[in-house]
Ligand binder design. Structure first.
Ligand code: ATP
Ligand code: MG
Length: 606
């Protein structure tokens, strides 16, 4: 190292690495993981002594886990700063009054952790901070000149998940980066779209730097419509989310959002079966009914009742799909062109809908009801509800039983329409290329960016004066990253039967120096010397100085998964060598000259 070396200088990025002795830190490795830990990341993080369970969905981050958490946080921080965002910190406690305008405390329901203080005041532990940040900005920003603004925090979030699962993948207390941006326009300089695009790129940078294989998918659009939301999904078989990809064009979307390419449809049929009413009491779910009727679920129609939100007159929308398909609420909303929600069961029953037994025929007899039929639910003969509790019908034929009200291909837009209103699945036609088919994959959602529009600003009556000195409602975006979930997602992707395989950028240490006999002076001295040089060059080094059998040390080294292992033992020393092994490569290590060991190691950490 030259004398002009600037390591540790506050004005360069050069950083000395960290040196730690295994015997002086806490890495309580386990031979077995508790039986309830079923996913690889959960098992391996427990076994590698990264985390320890404290209660359902809550964990200690032990020193190794903490170092990974810090590294991921730092990557996130650097990319957020580079994208022009400013770090701040909001309290975890959210006074319940803040939800008065958004009613999100009600929407969140049991997911929200609530508490009451000694004075009887209610509060929540923040699941995210849209309300807090909007109130903050409202109190601090009054003019368009202060916008755009993008603030973020890296903070513990609380969600009382019904089924906390898989360790850090779904915790009840977890680390999130949440950013919020504020604008007076959507388009142009300083507009929401500009920041959204920068954040999109920052997210790509974050997950690329973390060494993850991921897919960016279109997600359910917000009030602004269009491509107003994207999720960042780590590709992993163990993921909870299904994403659909068109391999031909690169189109990718989550199930809630995925469009389906053109499907042919027609109500023509030669069938003449009679409409027959059948008694089907107490059968929850389409499968039981289908079995009872002697048909397959794909031979049934499923009709879901939605109600229009807002407006003075009650209006209903029926969506009919094939029995083995699922209605997609967002698609139904887009077809009818107004906001909807699943109809309240009691209200809908009072209005005459036999919930659970509704047939599309209800739309023909009611002025207040629209019907949207999925293309796959047209055609032939069907079994469906009979609009009477505990009864279904078989032999339903669209042309006969709805008749003149049915649309044709060139005559759409009336009371009954045919449109894509179901969730997409594997094998469906790609929406981007005729002939191409969608492929389903599993993913773990590690990030989510969203154009919020004016939803929160309206709820808080947050306006600023624009250039013309006129009040204008502020437009917002929000951007989340599951920092702790990202760690688990990395392990889901990179591990083997022996343990974790950390990517270099987020590894707790870069190098483990395994000293075969720590009592041997020559071995210990060499370990110190190599460690010092590596640390000077910026590497984080862990020396395994424990008085343990070599077999135990090697097993533990594989388990905690540091990228490089240097082993110092008599045999190699006799040849003036150390053993060099990459965690990502199988087999035994190879001998490297002591003089080359540092250079060789650093070249693999670049
Ligand atoms: P999910 O659908 O997985 O429940 P979400 O869509 O409700 O997540 P967001 O509100 O979008 O979550 O939160 C932003 C990010 O926080 C998510 O993309 C995810 O990475 C992370 N996250 C959300 N819930 C949890 C949790 N219970 N444990 C760990 N990370 C979480
Ligand atoms: Mg999300």
């Amino acid at each position: 190292m030259s004398t002009t070396d600037t390591s540790n200088s506050p004005i360069t990025n050069r950083r000395r690495g960290t040196l730690q002795l295994w015997s002086r830190t806490l890495i309580p490795t386990l031979r077995e993981a508790p039986a309830e830990a079923s996913t690889p990341s959960h098992r391996l993080m427990l076994r590698a002594g990264c985390i320890r369970q404290v209660g359902a969905g809550v964990y200690d981050f032990l020193p190794l886990g903490m170092r990974v958490l810090q590294k991921v946080s730092q990557i996130v921080r650097e990319e957020m700063d580079a994208a022009g965002a400013s770090e701040m910190l909001m309290p975890a406690i959210v006074p319940i009054e803040l939800y008065a305008g958004t009613k999100r405390d009600v929407d969140y329901g049991d997911l929200l952790f609530k508490l009451t203080d000694r004075h009887g005041r209610d509060a929540a532990l923040g699941p995210t901070h849209e309300e807090t940040v909007t109130e903050m900005a409202k109190g601090s920003v009054t003019s368009y000149k202060q916008l755009p603004l993008n603030v973020y925090q890296i903070q513990t979030k609380f969600r009382d998940e019904f089924r906390p699962r898989a360790g850090l993948l779904r915790g009840r207390e977890f680390l999130m980066k949440d950013a919020y941006s504020f604008h007076t326009t959507v388009e142009g300089d300083g507009g929401l779209n500009e920041t959204y695009d920068r954040m999109y790129q920052a997210y790509v940078n974050v997950f690329t730097r973390c060494g993850l294989d991921f897919t960016v998918v279109e997600a359910e659009a917000g009030p602004i419509g269009g491509s107003a939301s994207h999720e960042f999904m780590v590709n992993a078989e163990t993921g909870e989310d299904t994403i659909l990809v068109c391999p031909e064009t690169g189109y990718a979307a989550n199930v809630e959002k995925c469009e389906i390419g053109d499907r042919d449809w027609s109500f023509d049929t030669d069938a003449t079966t009679d409409l027959t009413k059948k008694h089907t009491p107490g059968m929850p779910g389409i499968d039981l009914v289908a079995e009872h009727l002697g048909v397959k679920p794909e031979g049934m129609l499923k009709t879901i009742v939605f109600a229009k939100i807002g407006g003075d007159k009650r209006k209903y929308v029926l969506a009919t799909v094939r029995g083995d398909h699922d209605v997609n609420e967002g698609k139904v909303r887009d077809v009818v062109g107004f906001p909807i929600a699943l109809a309240d069961e009691k209200e809908a029953k009072e209005a005459g809908f036999a919930i659970g037994y509704v047939s599309p025929r209800m739309a023909a007899t009611r002025d207040d009801t629209l019907l949207v039929i999925d293309p796959d639910a047209t055609g032939g003969v069907w079994a469906t509800g009979s609009d009477e509790k505990d009864h279904h019908v078989t032999g339903f034929i669209w042309a006969r039983d709805l008749g003149a009200d049915l649309p044709t291909k060139d005559q759409q837009g009336g009371k009954i329409r045919v449109a894509d209103v179901r969730n997409a699945g594997e094998g469906d036609p790609s929406p981007r290329l005729p002939g191409a088919k969608l492929v389903a994959r599993r993913g773990i959602e590690v990030g989510h960016i969203f154009k919020l529009g004016t939803k929160y600003a309206q709820a808080f009556d947050f306006t600023v004066l624009n250039e013309q000195q006129k009040k204008t409602t502020v437009i917002m975006g929000c951007y989340g990253i599951g920092v702790s979930r990202t760690i688990a997602a990395s392990i889901e992707q990179r591990h083997d039967e022996w343990g974790i395989i950390w990517p270099v950028p987020i590894a707790p240490y870069h190098v483990v120096i395994t000293v075969m006999d720590p009592k041997n002076d020559e071995q210990s001295k060499l370990a110190d010397k190599l460690a010092t040089e590596l640390v000077e060059a910026g590497a984080d080094v862990l020396i395994d100085d424990r008085n343990e059998r070599p077999g135990v040390k090697f097993k533990d080294a594989d388990l905690i998964g540091l990228p490089v292992r240097l082993t110092i033992g008599d045999k190699a020393l006799a040849e003036n060598c150390v053993e060099f092994k990459l965690r990502s490569e199988d087999g035994k290590g190879r001998l490297v000259d002591i003089a080359d060991a540092v250079k060789e190691t650093l070249s693999k950490l670049a």
